[in-house]
Design a protein around this ligand. Structure first.
Ligand code: ZN
Length: 148
């Protein structure tokens, strides 16, 4: 898996994440270019988004574990008209199912909207957008996308 970081645009104007006590380990992991998800100590299932308890068995003991960083596009949409000028269009919002069987809402990068397909294999691409924030985007795993 490539963990190559992609450079953020010179001036990142989009909103930045606001980590909570529960989600901070995830965002700290992103800063280190590690995709962290939770795993339930009781039932063993993976959990995302960060939770205080397991949505499968309600156990409260969740450990953080590093995801492989690969998955498949479950669905996607292409944004052509941004709600604010901060977003450069077009861009692709996708739900990616990680290979650990949890879904993650993300942006796809290094691919044109026309190339995106449901089921496309993707891998995480960390984008350092600010000194305090790194976002986990995803790019085609097989190199079918284009370099931007
Ligand atoms: Zn559980």
């Amino acid at each position: 898996m490539s963990t190559e970081a992609h450079a953020a645009p010179e001036q990142w104007t989009r909103p930045l994440p606001h980590p909570t006590a529960i989600s901070r380990p995830f965002w700290d992991g992103c800063r280190r270019h590690e995709l962290l998800i939770q795993q339930c100590r009781a039932c063993g299932r993976h959990v995302f988004i960060p939770q205080a308890f397991c949505p499968h068995c309600l156990a409260t003991e969740l450990d953080w574990t590093r995801a492989v960083g690969t998955g498949s596009v479950v669905t996607f949409t292409v944004v052509w008209r941004p709600q604010t000028p901060a977003f450069e269009v077009p861009y692709v919002i996708a739900i990616v199912q990680l290979d650990e069987d949890v879904d993650l809402v993300t942006n796809l990068t290094d691919v044109t909207p026309e190339q995106v397909a449901i089921g496309m294999r993707v891998e995480v691409r960390f984008v350092d957008v600010a000194p305090e924030a790194t976002l986990p985007f995803f790019a085609p795993l097989d190199g079918a996308g284009v370099q931007q």
